[in-house]
Design a protein around this ligand. Structure first.
Ligand SMILES: Cc1cc2nc3c(=O)[nH]c(=O)nc-3n(C[C@H](O)[C@H](O)[C@H](O)COP(=O)(O)OP(=O)(O)OC[C@H]3O[C@@H](n4cnc5c(N)ncnc54)[C@H](O)[C@@H]3O)c2cc1C
Length: 366
């Protein structure tokens, strides 16, 4: 039986914890989630999970099979949760998606993976101020997740399965876990988001260069909308920033979030008020059915980007000044897709954990 520690209580850490507890009840003696920030904390914009949109609209390119599989797993799980457990905070909505004609349709439309696919009519494109000679549009069933509700729901399930929780100050490096715990766990899952590079800077200096923030800026409004709308590349007449796009997602409890931007490498927390005006203008232009937009909150937060994409990999680090090593499965660097690929990433964590548990069994027999 193994002692497992999950470092990080965002959606990546929580989903990994839940899947491990569900899959290995006979192999896990003790599972503890250790993190400096928890759901309900809104003081840190580099703790990303509370700030997400969050919808399902896979970013994977058609040849990125691993990412496609991760996103497929989460779509199917969100579909199940939305149908069976509204308390999860996951709700189905149709997504109306305007895409430039010179871009391929997303893999999930080409492969007919998502449900209720429709091609947007030229009339609707014109209604949305999208020139049909430049844009095509698709609709399909997506989901919106309310982060606070959903992550609390995951945590409740984890605790029912015996998972424990512990708040700690921010660790400087990953091996600091050992003195904090007072023992060497059999397995650590590193789900520390945009801070993972800093935590690994001694063991793997390259990761410090690879992990980067992708800043987002969001407005929250009181008004409801019966569907989501996304426009990937904004028409020139809107004079938006090069990294600006439109997404508007209604949420289960009412109101919508509106974004946004993808500003790579920007660690700042400032909300740009001029940009907020532009985000609203873009929204009114493409979502004319929204008669008013009463903003009650605006914020900026950081997506955990990584060169090469999410890292789901097993590493082993020697511990200085004591015998033994730390086995770590990484699950960080998922960028803007942490919710929409959460179950697929957690499935891969479980596959690697199975190897660790099996090797422990083999060692015990020797
Ligand atoms: C504006 C915006 C919109 C988004 N929209 C979507 C969307 O529509 N769909 C979607 O799928 N995703 C979306 N995302 C992305 C999604 O939010 C992230 O991919 C996801 O939240 C990352 O979760 P995580 O668990 O990996 O990291 P985090 O949520 O950042 O969690 C990291 C955890 O590690 C802990 N930690 C970090 N460093 C340390 C340390 N040194 N010591 C101790 N603990 C530490 C933190 O306290 C925290 O508990 C959006 C993000 C933003 C900002």
């Amino acid at each position: 039986m193994s002692k497992v520690v999950i470092l990080g209580a965002g959606v990546s850490g929580l989903t990994s914890a839940l899947c491990l507890l569900e899959k290995f009840p006979d192999k896990i003696l003790d599972l503890q989630i250790v993190a400096s920030e928890w759901m309900g904390d809104y003081h840190a914009h580099d703790f990303t999970s509370p700030w997400a949109g969050a919808n399902w609209a896979s970013f994977a390119e058609i040849n990125e099979l691993d990412q496609i599989n991760r996103d497929k797993d989460a779509y199917l799980e969100f579909e199940r949760l939305a149908a069976t457990d509204p308390a999860s905070g996951v709700k189905p909505y149709m997504l109306k998606f305007g895409i430039l004609k010179d871009r391929d349709l997303p893999w999930y439309i080409q492969q007919k993976f998502v449900k209720k696919i429709k091609i947007m009519s030229e009339e609707e494109l014109r209604f949305r101020n999208l020139d049909p000679s430049l844009y095509h549009g698709v609709e399909f069933q997506s989901f919106t997740v309310t982060p606070g509700v959903y992550n609390a729901y995951l945590l409740t399930k984890i605790r029912r399965l015996g998972g424990k929780v512990k708040r700690v100050p921010r660790l400087d490096v990953i091996t600091d876990l050992v003195p904090i715990l007072g023992y060497v766990p059999d397995l650590v899952v590193n789900a520390t988001g945009v801070n993972a590079g800093k935590l690994l800077r001694h063991e793997e200096p390259d990761e410090l260069k690879k992990v980067y923030p992708v800043k987002g800026q969001i407005l929250q409004i009181y008004e409801d909308l019966p569907h989501q709308v996304m426009v990937e590349t904004l028409p020139e007449e809107l004079n938006g920033k090069s990294y600006q796009f439109l997404n508007i997602f209604p949420r289960a409890e009412g109101g919508c979030i509106i974004g946004g931007i993808m500003a790579k490498g920007d660690w700042s927390r400032t909300v740009d008020t001029e940009l907020s005006e532009s985000i609203l203008e873009v929204c009114r232009y493409h979502v004319p059915e929204l008669k008013s937009t009463t903003v009650y909150n605006s914020y900026a937060a950081l997506r955990p980007g990584r060169e090469g994409g999410v890292r789901i990999e097993l590493s082993e680090y020697q511990l200085k000044g004591r015998s033994g090593s730390l086995k770590v499965i990484h699950n960080y660097g998922i960028g803007g897709a942490g919710y929409q690929s959460s179950y697929g990433s957690a499935r891969q964590v479980c596959d690697l954990a199975s190897q660790v548990f099996d090797s422990k069994k083999t060692m015990a027999k020797l």
